[in-house]
Design a protein. Sequence first.
Length: 422
Amino acid sequence: MKKRLPTALAVLLFGALPAAHADTLKMACNVSGAMKPFCEHIKQRFEKETPHKLEFVEMPAASDEKLALYQQIFAAKDGSAVDVLSIDVIWVGLLDKHMLDLTDKVKDLEPAFFPNNWKNNIVNGRIKAVPGQVDAGMMYYRKDLLAKYKEQPPRTWEDLTRIARTVQEGERAAGNKNFWGFVFQGKAYEGLSCDVLEWVASYNGGSFVDPAGNVTINNPRAAKALNTAASWVGTIAPKGVMGYQEEESRAVFQNGDALFMRNWPYAYLLTQDATSPVKGKVGVLPIPKGGEDGLHAATLGGWQWGVSTYSKNPDAAVKLVRILSEADTQKRAFMLLGIPPARVDTYQDAEVQARAPYLAEFKDVFANAVPRPSTPTRSQFPKVSKAMFNAGYDVLSGRATGEVAVADLEDKLKRIKGREWK
């Protein structure tokens, strides 16, 4: 039997022993754009704390193109293309089988995050991603105009409707003929699915498909929510709202031609730009409740960090995800890029509060955010979302009543589901 040399003697005779095996991991991060300083910080941290190297994979800016690229990589089972992925909150169920089960690696992190955001990343009891940044629908309003008309910020949709009508009439009488009470996303696309979910959930009408996968949309509260929204078009909202996405809504509001606007957090800093006509006049509210017994229900958005199941070094990839999940990392992303953190503790940070006092207003909105039914419906969510926004559009346009729409939508969703969601 061949004897091994003692380590010290081996070093003396042959030099230092080789270091632990090092790999090069790849992370989705667009280092060529505004993300560069954040990406470089993560690279420095990761390479300091592990023997591995980190490279970045540039991803398309458009979400649908990014998803298509991921699906192409996964179809090839390419373990060298990308290890750590940035994924939209609605992709977790869709990409489930291609994402590493992180349950035993990250379950200790759960208390640090907004509960609904964390739960969104659980598929069949297994944690498939960790929140990276959070997003949620919220209501913007003109503080100066509410003060002018001696109104308080609305708590319910009924309050909003009444106040919007009052202020709209007053402002038009004062000469602003283009003024509207409320703008939102009414075009038939994913953004309308988000709005429709908020309307229905706010009236206690559920989330279309519950976490167990049951279709729940056909109920009187959901119908009432859609009928209420339809009553706004052409009264307190322009008929053109049927073609609005986020930026069209923001343009009207930021130009000073609307009292209320439903949008995402990104719009806040833009309304406070030095050139903005409404700078210093904008407040933020949770999405109104559907009546006094309703809910403040904001659609959950945001991006998560996950690990490709085809990664050749999953342990190192998990280490990278844990770095991305730290409070300091998420704080840095906010300070550099204005990205709302997914960790609750960052909202108490003195530097974060000093940089953005308005974030305190966002925290309650994020805490109550409602996930879209993407996780239970898995790969069929794109069809589900299309059915959702088409039903909403039909009611807004007057083609259907809320009652007819929810009954038809129930049938469509059950056909999409078949025996089970796949």
